[in-house]
Ligand binder design. Structure first.
Ligand code: NI
Length: 169
């Protein structure tokens, strides 16, 4: 397994559309294992392959308190959604910045698991937020895109400054 580099906003590669996985094979399972290791090292609750510059429709997630309920979504599709709810979101690609985003309250999603088996889950709460957030990544979209241009600009400048300082250190 390996810990992979997570791309940071405003990196253009985060804007890439991920392609569907044609076959869930060992290379995909290795990707999934590396993504879990990366997510845990970065203390995240979800990670999309886009964020590690792999443009395949693969998401890993664990929203449980004890980090003992790993979930894998390959080629996810939203079948149904209802309600709206505003939640505070963060993102490993937008480190140390949080903002309120409106999402569907409940989503039903169909995807393949790491064995290539299809499953359908109806989610609410943090799981529903996380599914929508990570599926956005696969479309090249970030939570900051929901914010006002001013707020987005402010976050971008802050992260660019931090990146410059980190490069000098
Ligand atoms: Ni994210």
């Amino acid at each position: 397994m390996a810990i992979l580099n997570v791309l940071t906003f405003p990196d253009d590669r985060l804007r890439t559309q991920a392609k569907p996985v044609s076959q869930v094979d060992d290379s995909i399972r290795t990707l999934v294992a590396d993504m879990f290791e990366t997510m845990q090292a970065e203390k995240g609750v979800g990670l999309a392959a886009t964020q590690i510059n792999v443009h395949k429709q693969v998401i890993v997630m664990d929203v449980s308190d004890d980090q003992d309920t790993p979930l894998v979504f390959i080629n996810p599709k939203i079948d149904a959604q209802s309600g709206t709810k505003i939640n505070e979101e963060g993102c490993l690609s937008v480190p140390n910045n949080y903002a309120k985003v409106e999402r569907a309250e409940t989503v039903t999603v169909t995807a393949l698991d790491a064995q290539g088996e299809q499953f359908t889950v109806t989610a609410e709460g943090l799981l529903a937020v996380c599914i929508q957030h990570e599926m956005d990544h696969l479309q090249g979209k970030l939570f900051v895109d929901y914010l006002s241009p001013l707020k987005r600009q402010r976050i971008m400048k802050k992260l660019e400054k931090e990146a410059r300082l980190a490069a000098k250190a």
